[in-house]
Design a protein. Structure first.
Length: 481
């Protein structure tokens, strides 16, 4: 049973002629199977007040209302966000008034001289059904608009050529662009990799959808964002084909995975080193004891020389084992309040000779105010120095540029060390912090492993971005105190 059968519909007739009110009322009362409550209002101002009170289901409005017209009343009601049915009544047919009534928002237009019960029944039924449908549409629009705007994920709409038409606040926050800046861009332009741009455009235009695709987006300020993108083509009867999509930011998850993997690698390497050290030191101790015993008995100078070579190299092996063990142990900290700017300056002072010998251009971007951190100054200086020296060694003499930046966000102090050197291959990038891995001819592969150990001991993390023949950026994140 419909709601109209349960409750009588309330109708307000706004007409300055009482006789016309009675005529119209009689027609409405004769509508079979319906129950109505009819009220009369003869004045424009009172009629507008009643409309804004939302006390009636439908309003029949005469065209002539003293100094005003029914069109004026409808305009004012619509301007006040009235969504109830407003039907205009006029004494005689006029196509211009008919069209104007529809344009300003009237639900229907009736000529008084042509009124009858059947026509009014059909008009009222249509107006009420249309009003109910429009309310449902507006409700759904508000509901989905709220979901669109409040979603933490980035949501976007684009035309069929992938030009962005609308975005939510989540996408603005993710990428750092304003709504206007995003509306002027093509969707593929937000993707960092050129091949991925072409893949997205080809996939969407050929198949009309893409699901759970992992990509890297480039933010306004150069930040690289690991995301999962899904998009599909939809059709609108008015605007035609368009794309809608959602982007889920997994940058923090990726960073956490990388930190966990690095920690697992360090732990595994540490276990291996301790096992090897134990196995090597046992026979090495026997060698050292034997050389000490022989040293007292040998009289031949030539044999003594060979014994000294054995003894010195045994000690060198012992020192290497100790160094390997130190690199795999959790770093013991002597924390104090230190300014990150001063630690960077001190690390640069140590590396200044290498920087000058290679004629490297140095640019520092430091804030004017100190950034205090609870840190072990000596160890953190070593970690920073390792990265700076690697950057200097990666550039060509006379052509190198080194940029040291110190930034902050609400949660972190951020150190960025960027060079324009040879870069690191993707194959080597994944193994960069593994102990004993090195691409240098005379390197041991312990510098960056020790650096990571020190940074993690300060509850920090390291991110590395590199492109071969373009350069490398090390980004260190330290939690703010």
């Amino acid at each position: 049973m419909t709601r109209s059968h349960l409750h009588p519909k309330k109708i307000l007739i706004i007409d300055d002629d009482e006789d016309d009110f009675f005529i119209t009322s009689d027609y409405i009362k004769d509508i079979p199977g319906q129950s109505f409550v009819l009220d009369w209002c003869p004045q424009y101002e009172t009629g507008l007040a009643r409309i804004l009170e939302r006390a009636y289901d439908i309003y029949l409005i005469d065209y002539r209302l003293g100094a005003h017209t029914g069109l004026d009343l409808i305009r004012s009601a619509i301007a006040h966000r009235c969504d109830d049915p407003l039907i205009l009544l006029t004494g005689k047919g006029n196509q211009k008034i008919d069209m104007e009534a529809m344009q300003v928002g009237a639900t229907d237009y009736l000529v008084k001289t042509e009124l009858n019960t059947e026509k009014l029944e059909r008009c009222i039924r249509y107006a009420l059904e249309r009003a109910e449908s429009m309310r449902a549409l507006r409700h759904n629009e508000r509901k989905y608009r709220s979901i669109f705007e409040r979603s933490k994920d980035a949501v976007f709409l684009s035309d069929k050529d992938l030009r962005i038409k609308d975005v939510n606040e989540g996408m603005i926050a993710l990428l750092g662009y304003s709504r206007e800046e995003l509306s002027a861009r093509m969707l593929p332009d937000l993707i960092e990799d050129k091949q991925d741009q072409a893949h997205l455009e080809g996939r969407l235009k050929r198949w009309g959808e893409i699901n759970d695709w992992e990509i890297v987006l480039a933010g306004k300020h150069g930040q690289k964002l690991s995301c999962i993108l899904s998009a599909s083509m939809e059709h609108d009867e008015i605007e035609g084909d368009y794309f809608q999509g959602i982007i889920h930011d997994i940058t923090a998850l990726k960073k956490a995975e990388k930190i966990t993997l690095q920690a697992e690698k360090l732990a595994a390497a540490g276990r291996l080193v301790r096992t090897l050290a134990h196995e090597v030191r046992n026979p090495l101790n026997n060698i050292n004891l034997s050389t000490e015993q022989l040293q007292h008995d040998l009289k031949d100078p030539e044999q003594a020389l060979y014994l000294d070579i054995i003894r010195r190299n045994s000690h060198r092996i012992e020192a290497l084992i100790s160094e390997l063990l130190d690199s795999s142990r959790p770093t013991e900290m002597a924390l104090g309040r230190n300014d990150l700017r001063e630690l960077l300056e001190q690390a640069l002072d140590i590396a200044v000779d290498r920087i000058n010998l290679k004629r490297v251009r140095l640019r520092k971007v430091f804030p004017e105010t100190p950034l205090f951190l609870d840190a072990d100054a000596g160890k953190l200086k070593i970690a920073l120095l390792n990265i700076i020296i690697n950057a200097v060694e990666a550039v060509e003499p006379g052509q190198g540029e080194l940029i040291i930046g110190l930034l902050q966000d609400p949660e972190h102090y951020i150190v960025q060390i960027t060079d324009n050197g040879c870069g690191i291959s993707q194959e080597h990038l994944s193994r960069l912090f593994e102990p004993y891995f090195t691409s240098k001819r005379n390197g041991m592969g312990l510098g960056l492993a020790a650096t990571l150990n020190i940074v993690q001991a300060h509850r920090g993390s390291i991110d590395v971005r590199s492109e071969e023949q373009r350069g490398t950026t090390f980004t260190l994140f330290f939690p703010r105190p």
